[in-house]
Design a protein around this ligand. Structure first.
Ligand SMILES: [Zn+2]
Length: 144
């Protein structure tokens, strides 16, 4: 393949079944235009930031509602703050989203810990009530 200096076309020699050789000129204008536009197919990611923190009210309870891949490295994420009910959409780099994910995991762990603590507290309450009821003879064998 010969390439024209201006890159707008190239000439290709084609051998026909008859044995005759012809030169076919390929124009590359369309391609060249595409190359020049090198399209920002995907918007660039926003700077690294803590996605679990709300930009409006600084609540740390922001969670992802929806996310899509935005190119090979980035994510388009819809965020919601349950505190001030603000929705926000943005494109974030893989690292930013991973950090967010870790934060969400921590939040989930904290929630599970709180829940267990609450369960234990409730059980302790019940046991105290039960013991109190036993002592005051409010519970009799017939109750079982
Ligand atoms: Zn908020």
């Amino acid at each position: 393949m010969e390439t024209g200096g201006d890159q707008t076309h190239y000439v290709k020699r084609v051998v026909l079944p008859s044995g005759k050789t012809i030169e076919v000129v390929y124009f590359k204008e369309a391609e060249v235009q595409l190359d020049e536009q090198v399209p920002v197919e995907h918007p660039p990611a926003e700077p690294h930031q803590e996605l679990h923190v709300c930009m409006e009210c600084y609540s740390e309870l922001v969670y992802p509602v929806h996310w899509d891949e935005a190119g090979p490295d980035n994510w388009n994420v819809l965020l919601h703050c349950p505190n001030c009910d603000v929705y926000r959409e943005g494109v974030f780099a893989q690292d930013t989203v991973e950090a967010f994910d870790e934060e969400l995991d921590r939040g989930g762990d904290a929630l599970a810990r709180d829940y267990k603590r609450l369960m234990r507290a409730n059980m302790a309450d019940e046991i105290e009530r039960f013991v109190g009821a036993l002592h005051s003879d409010a519970i009799l064998p017939e109750d079982f």
